[in-house]
Design a protein around this ligand. Structure first.
Ligand SMILES: [Zn+2]
Length: 157
């Protein structure tokens, strides 16, 4: 059966499983974000809006059976909810980035030795590889050997 072979190839082709995990995790994450917005933030917001029932806000156009109700209150509520979700996600990403920074840490700043081109600590005054004295190459010095080069070239990230 050719279609079975193709289906097997489709499943085995890598990303499908990762994608499935992403979708399931996204759904679970969505529940958290929705809960934060609906259970924590929206009640606080109703203090500011003094308990306005947005779903009751509407404009009625026409009369009788053919009247159209423009429920713009629901639209406002949807916009507010979207902004709150964006805000919550912004803070979650901010918190995650801080956590990730702390976990992996930042590499200490380095510079390149002008004599042997080894990567050495930024604050070093003597190269540990070739033992050259680097005092004159400190940033801000006007007599340094490397002062003609842009400072960016000295820093290896
Ligand atoms: Zn050196």
């Amino acid at each position: 059966m050719k279609i079975v072979q193709e289906f097997k190839a489709f499943i085995a082709r890598g990303r499908v499983f990762d994608l499935a995990i992403a979708v399931v995790m996204g759904g679970a994450f969505n529940a958290i974000v929705t809960s934060v917005v609906n259970d924590l933030i929206m009640p606080l917001l109703s203090i500011i809006t003094m308990g306005t029932d947005f779903s009751a806000l509407m404009i009625t156009i026409g009369t009788g059976e053919n009247a159209a109700n423009l429920t713009y209150g629901n639209f406002i509520a949807a916009v507010i909810q979207f902004l709150m979700i964006a805000l919550v996600i912004f803070f979650l990403i901010k918190a995650y980035n801080r956590f990730a920074d702390k976990k992996f840490g930042e590499a200490p700043p380095t510079k390149t030795c002008p004599f042997c081109t080894s990567s050495i600590a930024e604050a070093a005054t003597r190269c540990p590889h070739c033992t050259s004295v680097l005092d004159a190459c400190k940033p801000g010095s006007s007599t340094g050997l490397l002062d003609d080069q842009p400072q960016d070239d000295l820093v290896i990230m």
